[in-house]
Design a protein around this ligand. Structure first.
Ligand SMILES: NC(=O)c1ccc[n+]([C@@H]2O[C@H](COP(=O)([O-])OP(=O)(O)OC[C@H]3O[C@@H](n4cnc5c(N)ncnc54)[C@H](O)[C@@H]3O)[C@@H](O)[C@H]2O)c1
Length: 252
């Protein structure tokens, strides 16, 4: 029960890694609040966990829209109190040729994969500063450090997440708040499924270069995130934790 007594807030908690964080956080003793845009999946998850006796609540919010996000966040904290540990997880892929790429897609993509993590900090930090306690994890990716052709928007946003987290750690350490990023490698989630559907030859290739011969599970990523949020990780700050089954250790 490493999150006993915490109020955990998660973005994109309905599916994939976010869902594993919501479930894992509840099992580790936290009250859990999450936002997502998929009401059906979110409500089904709340119902399932509530029946099992966990304290979990959901509000619809598109995290790219600050007013919408703030209003959902206020509703969630009005019932469960101030957030003590938070994960900015919601994200999607964007890969393109830099000449063909359109400004509308740049704005919409960066609003989700980079700007929404700043929004999480903007919403959580005031109460965390007051109580001199808190921990935030932002989800980057292996693409934050190394990438492959045609991934420039995703690499740029995920590199930005590492930089954002590093600086927030420097700024907030004196307030008793830790900020880290976690960088997953290839992880078996609905996002990965849709990627493999777009590029059908990719699955065999991705498995052939995976040092462990398999993809990670959402739970294997969530376990590291929950530990990093917890008091057990009290001196981990400003770090980017790579959780990728050694994919980053591979030379070509
Ligand atoms: N799956 C991987 O291989 C992998 C690898 C590295 C990093 N990541 C990162 O991990 C995070 C989670 O990825 P995943 O694979 O679990 O994705 P996923 O698509 O399976 O789940 C993402 C969740 O975010 C929600 N979401 C999407 N847009 C939203 C918005 N505007 N507002 C609120 N919620 C929104 C979705 O509805 C969904 O529930 C992302 O930041 C992703 O970039 C994933």
């Amino acid at each position: 029960m490493i999150l006993n007594g915490e109020h955990l807030f998660v973005t994109g908690g309905a599916a994939g890694i976010g869902e594993a964080i919501v479930i894992g956080g509840a099992k580790e003793g936290a009250k859990v609040s999450f936002v997502d845009i998929d009401d059906a999946k979110s409500l089904a998850l709340v119902e399932k966990l509530s029946k099992e006796g966990f304290q979990v609540q959901y509000q619809h919010a598109d995290v790219t829209n600050y007013e919408n996000f703030e209003s959902a966040y206020k509703k969630l904290t009005s019932t469960y109190g101030d957030v003590t540990v938070a994960v900015s997880n919601a994200g999607r892929n964007s890969y393109a040729d830099p000449v063909e790429y359109q400004e509308e897609e740049w704005n919409s993509f960066f609003a989700l994969d980079l700007k929404s993590s700043w929004y999480v900090a903007k919403l959580c930090l005031p109460a965390m500063r007051k109580s001199k306690y808190g921990s935030i994890v932002n989800i980057s990716s292996i693409h934050g450090r190394m990438s492959r052709p045609n991934f420039f928007p995703y690499s740029a946003a995920k590199g930005g997440i590492v930089g954002l987290s590093r600086n927030l750690a420097l700024d907030e350490g004196k307030n008793g708040i830790r900020v880290n990023s976690v960088s997953p490698g290839t992880t078996a989630t609905p996002l990965l499924k849709s990627y493999m559907a777009t590029f059908p030859d990719e699955k065999a290739h991705a498995l052939s270069v995976a040092p462990n011969g398999r993809f990670g599970s959402p739970e294997e990523i969530a376990n590291v995130i929950l530990f990093t949020l917890s008091k057990d990780a009290s001196f981990i700050n400003g770090a980017d934790l790579m959780v990728d089954g050694a994919l980053h250790s591979r030379y070509a």
